[in-house]
Design a protein around this ligand. Structure first.
Ligand SMILES: C[S@@+](CC[C@H](N)C(=O)[O-])C[C@H]1O[C@@H](n2cnc3c(N)ncnc32)[C@H](O)[C@@H]1O
Length: 326
C-alpha cells in the first residue's frame, strides 16, 4: 500500500515515488539519507531500516519528531481536527486566519497540520519572517469526518513506519547533512528545482546546486538526485554541465496548473545518479541523443510512442535552444 503523508507541499513526489522506488531497489546501502525530505513521502514509501531525514523547514521536522516521540498520536489528531474543524465551519472559514496567526506566534505542530490540510492547494509557503502565508482553500467544511479519518490514518501509517525503523529527523541545511554522510549511505536529494520558479522560502541558486554536487561527490556515497530534464519550453542544461558524467533515467510527468484540464502541462522528470539505476543511461549518451535528434525532441508538435527515455513535445514557435533540431 502506498503511504501518503499527512502534510502536503508543492513539489511532493507522491506520483513519482513508484518510479523512484523501482529505480533504486537494486541498490545496497546501510542508511538512506534525505537532505531535503519535504513531506517525507519518498523515504516513507521506500521504508529503509535506517534513515536520516533532514530539511531546512523547522515545522516539518518538528512534526515528524513529534510523531516519533509519541507527542503526536492519531487519536489526538482526530480530536484536534474534529474540534478545530467545527470552529472553521461555524465561522464560515474565518477561523482559518485566527489559527494561522496562532501558528505564526506559537509554531504548534497540530496547527501546522491543520493549515497544511486547509490552505489553498496544499501549498507550503512562508514570508521573509518565517510566517506561514498561504490563504484559505475557501471550503469551510474542509474537515468533514471523511477527511479527518483519512488524515488520522495517514498519521497512523507514518507512525508505524517510524516506530519500526531507525529514523532520525533533523532540522538543518543540506550542507550540514552532507558533512554527516558516510560512504555506505545512499543519499536521495530532492532540492528545489534549479532554473524553475521558486519563492523566498524555497529559493535555490546555481551556487547551491554546485555545492550539492561537490558535497555528494566528496562523500563517496551513492547518490540519486531528482531534477527536471525538460518542459515544453526548455531543457535543464545543468544536467549536462554540473551533473555530467552521471547516469540519467527519465519519466514524463503531467501536472495541472490551477486544477484545470486545459492547463495540463508535462515535464520530463529526471533521476541523476553516480550509479547505474534501472533503465538509466549515461548523461553523455542522453546529450548525444538530444543533439542528434534521437531523443524525440522535435520542433514539431508530436507525441511519440517510444517507450525509451524520452517523449518530449515541443511546439514549433517555442524558444529554440541549441538542443533542438533546426
Ligand atoms: C522539492 S521539496 C522536497 C519534496 C519531497 N521529496 C517530497 O516529496 O515531499 C524541497 C525541500 O527542500 C527544502 N529545502 C530548501 N532549501 C533547503 C536547504 N538549503 N537545506 C535543506 N533543505 C532545504 C524545502 O524546505 C523543501 O521541503
Amino acid at each position: 500500500m502506498a503511504i501518503v503523508p499527512p502534510v502536503k507541499s508543492q513539489g511532493i513526489k507522491t506520483k513519482l515515488v513508484d518510479w523512484i522506488k523501482s529505480s533504486t531497489e537494486d541498490q545496497k546501502y546501510e542508511r538512506w539519507v534525505e537532505p531535503f525530505m519535504g513531506t517525507g513521502v519518498v523515504g516513507f514509501n521506500i521504508r529503509p531500516k535506517k534513515a536520516l531525514m533532514c530539511d531546512s523547514n523547522p515545522h516539518l521536522i518538528k512534526f515528524y519528531n513529534g510523531i516519533k516521540e509519541g507527542e503526536i498520536t492519531s487519536k489526538q489528531v482526530k480530536k484536534f481536527l474534529t474540534e478545530e474543524g467545527q470552529k472553521l465551519l461555524k465561522s464560515n472559514g474565518e477561523y482559518y486566519y485566527e489559527l494561522r496567526n496562532r501558528f505564526n506566534e506559537q509554531g504548534e505542530s497540530l496547527d501546522f497540520l491543520f493549515l497544511s490540510r486547509s490552505c489553498f492547494n496544499g501549498m507550503m509557503r512562508f514570508n521573509r519572517k518565517g510566517g506561514f502565508n498561504v490563504p484559505f482553500c475557501k471550503k469551510p467544511n474542509r474537515f468533514a469526518q471523511a477527511l479527518v479519518t483519512k488524515i488520522t490514518n495517514q498519521v497512523k501509517n507514518v507512525s508505524k513506519i517510524i516506530e519500526l525503523g531507525d529514523y532520525t529527523f533533523k532540522h538543518q541545511d543540506f550542507k550540514e547533512t552532507l558533512t554527516e554522510v558516510r560512504e555506505s549511505d545512499l543519499v536521495y536529494s530532492d532540492p528545489p528545482y534549479i532554473g524553475r520558479h521558486v519563492d523566498y522560502f524555497d529559493s535555490w541558486s546555481e551556487e547551491e546546486e554546485l555545492m550539492l554536487n561537490k558535497g555528494l561527490i566528496d562523500s563517496k556515497a551513492k547518490y540519486v538526485l531528482s531534477t527536471w530534464l525538460s518542459n515544453k519550453y526548455r531543457i535543464n542544461d545543468y544536467i549536462f554541465s554540473i551533473w555530467n558524467d552521471s547516469y540519467i533515467s527519465t519519466k514524463e510527468h503531467f501536472y495541472h496548473v490551477g486544477g484545470k484540464e486545459a492547463n495540463r502541462n508535462s515535464v520530463n522528470e529526471a533521476l541523476i545518479s553516480n550509479v547505474e539505476l534501472k533503465n538509466s543511461i549515461p548523461t553523455e549518451s542522453m546529450k548525444s541523443k538530444i543533439e542528434n535528434g534521437e531523443s524525440q525532441l522535435t520542433s514539431e508538435e508530436k507525441e511519440y510512442q517510444i517507450p525509451v527515455q524520452l517523449t518530449i513535445k515541443l511546439k514549433e514557435e517555442l524558444d529554440r535552444t541549441k538542443y533542438i533540431r533546426p
